[in-house]
Structure formats: structure tokens, C-alpha cells
Design a protein around this ligand. Structure first.
Ligand code: ZN
Length: 410
């Protein structure tokens, strides 16, 4: 952290370790209550998400990804991990090539953000649940067919796009297939991500089916380790935290999405104390704001524990606790070893003009993505004065508006 003479706070590039770009289309449309739902929750939100997912063609997905990625870049994210499970075309028709993966790669290339495509295995509707119609776009018949798809994606993506693999969840991928996907990731040296413990129901169903928690199941399948990242871990217990720490796995928290979906508050302080690397994702993109995601890690712990500076090391300051989650831990989770030339310039908070040592903490507590002025990715200027340099933002936003108008028609 340095306070530059031009009244900019010079920060490293931030990493968004968990994204579903198409879910950006849900923002605002899921904030009303249907007369059919006495109570709204994650599962009723998922119904609307599935309705969108069933209707988006390749060009629509490309438009939404360009919109989401341009907002990420302007917020200070230099890299994104796209947890990608929209594998087939509308109507679950097979595509001649992995066009939906390539659509994300093209969108990232257009705006200038680094992309790690986390190709996601999705094999069944859930524990004792058959597939609903919308899920047919996500599904491969078995692990072998999925891994053939991953090979095709790795062969087809442009040189700048990295590929990792993901297990959607222990509800969507049966045990034997998790073992196969984990073995592939190990053999190929790829990162492996999985949603886990986002909802109490998932934990209960896993215990009913397998007699153990999702974290214990993933460990038994060989899916935990230094290249593994669990997304959410909201309802992980003390034994799960110990397993994560012992195997070197990371956890990705998605605070604004978990808050929006009413998921609950995860054991973040326990993960920090156990030495589990915690990173961040904007996930459903109800909000794309680096400062907000980072401060929410600490703010949620304050509300949970009714204390202050919960994650802050003794004798230290807030940024020492939070900055690794937005930078080094995110790069580790995505297998990005190089941050040369990644740089974010933020408008200097008033506090920083008075005393540079407090500038970053002031921004983390009270700043937002609107303060991000300049972003360089691998030495290339991608944002200047808050505006995209390499792409036409107005055209990207116009294309997104067309998709949103169509989704809003019944
Ligand atoms: Zn997710």
C-alpha cells in the first residue's frame, strides 16, 4: 500500500474467486415475493434462477458475461473464477463445440479481465430427486462424459484462459463421480472447486445419504487438498473446519450473495483461526464491489459475535486481516501464480490525505467500487478514470438490456 502523489491509493489487483456471470440478470427481479411462497428462501430464488438459465442462448450468455466482467474490472477485480455449469444449449441441445465456455472466454478477453473457467460437473438433480427441466442444460450422463467435455474446453480456449474443474455440490454429483473428478484434477494439476454447506438441507441430506458431512465426504473422495476450494462452508461445523485446515483446502466466502440469499453466517473467525485461506467471490452479482465484500467478512463476524475487530490480528489493523482474502488467497484458489503488472488505483479517501497509514482501512470501511479509478491487468491499462479502456461499455450495456427485456417477458 502506498499513497501516491496524485491522490490515489495504489492497491494490488483483486481476485473474484467465485462467479456465475449469467446470474447478474437476476438483480432486482428476485426482490419481490410471489403469492405462491409464504416464505422466500434460497430454494425459491433458485426457481427463478433456473427459469433464466433455461432461456439464455449462447449470445445472451456472452452479453451477460461481458456486462458482469466489465463491472468487475471497474470495481478493481483483475481476475475471475467462473464456476460454469451452463454446458448445453437451450432445450439441453448438444453444442458442436463448448460454445458457452468460449462465450465466457471471449467476454473476458473483450474487457481485459483474467479468466479461470471452472468447468463444473453436474450429474443429477439431487439426493433422491430427479432432474427438473432447467437442470438438463447442466448435466452430463456420467463423470467420463464430463471429463471428455473438460478436455475439449482445454483444447478450445484461447491461450490466456485457464481451466480448472468443479464439483457443483455433493447433491448434484454422486460419490463415485466426485472421486473421478478429483483424480482428474490431481493428475492434470488443476484447481478443484465445490459448493459445500451453503444450506442446512444439503448437510442433512448428505448425512442421510452418506452418513457424514459434505466436507467429510469430499475429503473421503480425495477432493480436499491445497488445490481445493470449498465455496460457502456456511454451515460447516468445528470438525469440518479441522478437516479443511488439515488438508490445506481453502474456503471462498461470498458475503453479499450469502446475505442476499439468506444463507446464514459462516464460521469465518474459526476458519481464520485454523489457518484456512479464505478468499472472496461476488457469486450471483447482486452487488459487485471489492470493498463491500471485504468489509463484510469482518462486519458479519461483528454481528455474529457482538465484538469489534474480530478478524484483526493483535497489534494489527483491518487491512492486514482482509487484504489477503481479496488478493493472495484468491490467486491461490484459482491457481494464478503471477500478479506482475496487476494494479488498482483508488481515489484517496480524505483520511488518507491526512494520514496515509489509515487510508486503506478508511476505504475498506467506507469506500466502494465507485472510488476505483485505474486498473491495470498484467501491465495493460484496462480502466482509466473509472471507464473501460479496451471495450465499449455503452455497447456492452445495451446488449445486456436486450437480454434483460427478453427475460422479463413471460
Ligand atoms: Zn455459486
Amino acid at each position: 500500500m502506498t499513497a501516491a502523489n496524485d491522490q490515489r491509493l495504489a492497491l494490488p489487483g483483486f481476485v473474484n474467486a467465485h462467479s456465475h456471470a449469467f446470474q447478474r440478470a437476476l438483480r432486482g427481479r428476485v426482490e419481490r415475493k410471489s403469492v405462491l411462497h409464504a416464505e422466500d428462501d434460497f430454494w425459491s430464488w433458485r426457481t427463478t434462477m433456473y427459469q433464466d438459465a433455461a432461456r439464455l442462448g449462447v449470445d445472451d450468455v456472452a452479453a451477460l458475461a461481458a456486462w458482469a466482467y466489465s463491472d468487475m474490472l471497474r470495481a478493481g477485480f483483475v481476475a475471475v473464477g467462473e464456476f460454469h455449469y451452463l454446458h448445453h444449449d437451450v432445450g439441453a441441445r448438444a453444442l458442436p463445440k463448448p460454445l458457452l465456455s468460449l462465450a465466457h472466454a471471449a467476454a473476458a478477453e473483450k474487457v481485459g479481465i483474467k479468466l479461470v473457467l471452472l468447468e463444473c460437473a453436474y450429474l443429477r438433480g439431487g439426493f433422491e430427486r430427479s432432474l427438473v427441466e432447467a437442470q438438463r442444460r447442466f448435466v452430463f450422463p456420467n463423470a467420463a462424459a464430463f471429463l471428455t467435455h473438460v478436455d475439449a474446453v482445454r483444447a478450445a480456449v484461447p491461450a490466456g484462459t485457464r481451466v480448472g474443474v468443479a464439483v457443483h455440490s455433493v447433491r448434484a454429483v454422486p460419490r463415485a463421480a466426485i472421486v473421478e473428478v478429483a483424480a482428474y484434477a490431481r493428475r492434470e494439476g488443476l484447481v478443484l472447486h465445490a459448493h459445500a454447506c451453503e444450506q442446512p438441507r444439503e448437510v442433512e441430506e448428505c448425512k442421510k445419504e452418506y452418513g457424514c458431512s459434505p466436507v467429510a465426504l469430499l475429503e473421503a473422495c480425495g477432493a480436499l487438498g491445497p488445490r481445493a476450494t470449498l465455496v460457502h462452508a456456511t454451515h460447516a461445523d468445528a470438525d469440518d473446519v479441522r478437516r479443511l485446515a488439515a488438508t490445506g483446502a481453502a474456503v471462498c466466502i461470498t458475503p453479499s450473495t450469502e446475505r442476499n440469499l439468506g444463507d446464514g453466517l459462516g464460521p469465518v473467525a474459526e476458519l481464520f483461526a485454523a489457518g484456512v485461506p479464505v478468499c472472496l467471490g461476488s457469486d450471483s452479482h447482486a452487488r459487485i464491489d471489492v470493498a463491500d465484500e471485504l468489509r463484510s467478512l469482518e462486519d458479519h463476524e461483528r454481528l455474529r459475535q457482538r465484538r469489534r475487530n474480530v478478524l484483526v490480528p493483535a497489534g494489527g489493523a483491518l487491512h492486514q486481516a482482509l487484504l489477503p482474502a481479496g488478493t493472495t488467497n484468491g490467486r491461490r484458489a484459482l491457481g494464478l501464480d503471477d500478479d506482475a503488472g496487476d494494479r488498482v488505483g483508488v481515489a484517496m479517501p480524505i483520511e488518507g490525505r491526512a494520514e496515509p497509514a489509515t487510508a486503506l482501512d478508511a476505504w475498506l470501511v467506507g469506500g466502494s467500487s465507485a472510488d476505483v479509478r485505474d486498473v491495470d491487468v498484467a501491465g495493460v491499462a484496462t480502466v482509466r478514470g473509472g471507464a473501460l479502456v479496451r471495450a465499449d461499455l455503452a455497447a456492452i450495456e445495451d446488449a445486456a438490456v436486450q437480454v434483460l427485456r427478453r427475460l422479463q417477458r413471460p
